[in-house]
Design a binder for this molecule. Structure first.
Ligand code: MN
Length: 506
């Protein structure tokens, strides 16, 4: 259990997270304008009359966006509501031309209800984090303050792109139910898991650096072992895993200090200051916004049938947790290896491509990936974030590694030679592993006659070592193997060498 030491004793942290992910779709949630608002697109070229809120314009719900929400809901084991509604959340800000955001009412079940996401908890065991809801809403436009010394601009390209807001659940009526986040590390793991799930089902890129995933983090503290919840404060708009952890820890310590000095926590919205890693009160309870939610009269209730849900369920890809189980059960991988290979969908796709239709390759491929490829991230095409150096290097592909592993398995080359080929590929050598092996004359001698001849020579040249070996110094076997390998130029098959040597020396 993660605790923070205070003056009066240890304190626990209770964390809730509201995550917004930008949903992938061709057009926006309520208009036909393109939802691809990437920074290279000229400002205000992808905003139609609905997005700029011209009077009389009516929103039309995009069915694909609803399907995206259902997909995410199914992926987090959630209930999908057969009926939910859209509501207007009223507030005034220049990036919101309508004067309200179309969202789903806070007090009614949204499209995605109760569910859960599994993470690895601080104690190393799987831990369920309960989800209260996930609802559909519109994103706002983007204010630009850095384009002119005295003017601000608004880019409406993002206005009306669909967001899915995912809210964790804290069972305040049942404090024994501890399926919530209790440390900064768990908060990070939870967000990474949301990212992996969103990417696996193609619902969002969920990239914090690019702004397609943002999180509001609720923090409260209580004495270790307490069975009640204290008042919480909310840190808004966190966009980096690192900052989230610093912010939670700082905010927890701030609250502990107040409580230890006899003070009271006031529910507030906090701002995180990147410069010094502190949190400060942005808005207190008294000036909290009243959003005056009310049902949007322009939109009909959202009705989803069981048939529709089942149709989507059939299209669901394998999720990271299921992939891990498959690796362990079908390929016999260790739990740790399976976890490493499912850290991202790109990695597991790469691994699956390398294994292909030969499960017998799986263990070797896993070893090579974890101990060699992961040490050289610039040399494999697992992520699209290639380093600047990559042009002069050779990208190792799944079929390269499959071929290398097959060559070792069929005893065409030995492990040492495979490593040499691998290093040559890293150094930019072109050609497949087999072509590289041919080019450098790397071939394993498995012909027992040829190996026997070398062994006889080595034995003849070292009579005293043979004497010692025969009188019980069996550790000398390594000496003989080494000499035979050296004499063969490293190309003898070590297993064959061992076998013949043992026979001849006994
Ligand atoms: Mn929201």
């Amino acid at each position: 259990m993660f605790t923070i030491k205070g003056k009066t004793g240890d304190w626990e942290v209770v964390i809730g997270v509201e995550t917004h992910i930008e949903v992938l779709s061709k057009s926006k949630i309520f208009s036909g304008a393109s939802a691809d608002y990437n920074p290279t697109v000229a400002p205000n070229t992808q905003a139609c009359m609905v997005d700029v809120a011209m009077p009389g314009m009516l929103p039309v719900l995009n069915e694909y966006c609803v399907d995206q929400a259902i997909k995410f809901g199914l992926a987090i084991n959630a209930e999908i509501s057969h009926k939910s509604r859209f509501a207007r959340k009223q507030y005034f800000y220049p990036d919101l031309p309508q004067g309200y955001q179309i969202s789903q009412p806070a007090e009614e079940p949204p499209v995605v209800g109760r569910g859960w996401i599994e993470i690895v908890g601080d104690d190393g065991n799987p831990k369920k984090i309960l989800i209260e809801r996930a609802h559909m809403e519109q994103d706002a436009a983007k204010n630009k303050h850095d384009m002119h010394p005295s003017k601000s601009f608004v880019d409406l390209n993002r206005s009306g792109v669909m967001l899915l807001e995912i809210v964790t659940f804290l069972d305040t009526k049942n404090p024994e139910n501890n399926s919530y986040i209790t440390s900064p590390e768990e908060a990070e793991k939870y967000l990474r898991q949301i990212r992996e799930i969103a990417r696996a089902v193609g619902v969002s890129k969920a990239n914090m650096e690019e702004g397609s995933m943002r999180a509001d983090v609720n923090v409260s503290v209580r004495p270790a072992g307490a069975k009640y919840f204290n008042e919480r404060c909310e840190i808004k708009n966190m966009v980096s895993f690192k900052f989230i952890k610093t912010a939670i820890e700082y905010e927890a310590r701030r609250q502990i200090e107040i409580l230890e000095n006899g003070g009271k926590i006031e529910r507030s919205t906090m701002r995180y200051n990147q410069g010094d890693g502190t949190t400060t009160v942005q808005r207190s309870k008294e000036d909290a916004l009243d959003y005056r939610y009310f049902p949007d009269p322009d939109l009909l209730p959202l009705i989803i049938t069981d048939e529709h849900i089942e149709r989507i369920r059939k299209t669901m890809p394998e999720l990271p947790a299921a992939t891990r189980t498959r690796y362990i059960e079908k390929f016999g991988l260790a739990e740790y290896d399976a976890a490493r290979l499912t850290e991202t969908v790109d990695i597991s796709h790469w691994f699956d491509a390398a294994v292909g239709d030969k499960p017998s390759r799986a263990k070797s491929i896993a070893n090579w990936m974890i101990s060699e490829l992961f040490a050289h991230p610039e040399n494999y095409d697992i992520t699209n974030e290639k380093s600047g150096m990559v042009d002069e290097m050779r990208i190792i592909t799944p079929s390269d590694l499959a071929e290398l592993v097959d060559m070792v398995a069929s005893r065409d080359i030995n492990g040492k030679q495979a490593k040499e080929i691998f290093i040559k590929m890293l150094d930019g050598e072109s050609g497949t592993p087999r072509e590289i092996a041919d080019k450098f004359g790397m071939k394993q001698i498995t012909d027992t006659g040829a190996i026997e001849k070398i062994i006889d020579e080595v034995i003849a040249a070292n009579p005293s070592q043979v004497e010692q070996y025969k009188s019980g110094k069996v550790g000398l076997l390594g000496f003989f193997v080494g000499n035979v390998m050296k004499k063969s130029g490293g190309s003898a098959n070590p297993a064959v060498v061992n076998e013949i040597l043992k026979n001849k020396l006994n």
